[in-house]
Design a protein around this ligand. Structure first.
Ligand code: AMP
Length: 114
């Protein structure tokens, strides 16, 4: 998708602070962090929202979860605890329409989330 900011990061057309990558997934630091660690796990392929996932994407979403655990260990937040969040559609706060898993940690997390 030429007008997708996360596809541009995947393509290397705009910079990002990448902290993990493999053949399917990229993880980079959020530009506007909401916690001491705030990273975004994205698939290299363009999927607009969670609602667009197909059964054949199940392994990809599993890889995104595993990338989140790798990054949590790298960042030293795996044992103390961290939160992963997918926002789906505008009503839940999604602003970038290329699926991404937020990984947040390094501070206490309240519940329920806002
Ligand atoms: P969401 O609101 O769930 O769609 O999350 C989108 C996230 O992407 C926000 O937390 C933004 O701060 C973050 N973001 C937007 N553009 C960039 C960028 N170029 N590099 C890193 N993070 C970004």
């Amino acid at each position: 998708m030429t007008d997708c900011i996360f596809c541009k990061i995947v393509a290397g057309d705009i910079p990002a602070d990448i902290i993990y990558e493999d053949e399917d997934v990229l993880v980079f630091r959020d530009l506007n962090p909401q916690a001491p660690t705030h990273a975004l796990v994205i698939p290299r392929c363009h999927i607009p929202t969670l609602n667009d996932l197909r059964p054949e994407d199940a392994q990809l979403v599993g890889k995104m979860s595993l990338a989140a655990t790798t990054v949590a260990r790298q960042e030293g937040i795996a044992d103390e605890g961290y939160r992963v969040v997918f926002n789906c559609n505008a009503g839940a706060g999604q602003t970038v329409f290329h699926i991404h898993m937020h990984v947040l940690g390094g501070r206490p997390m309240g519940w329920p989330p806002g």
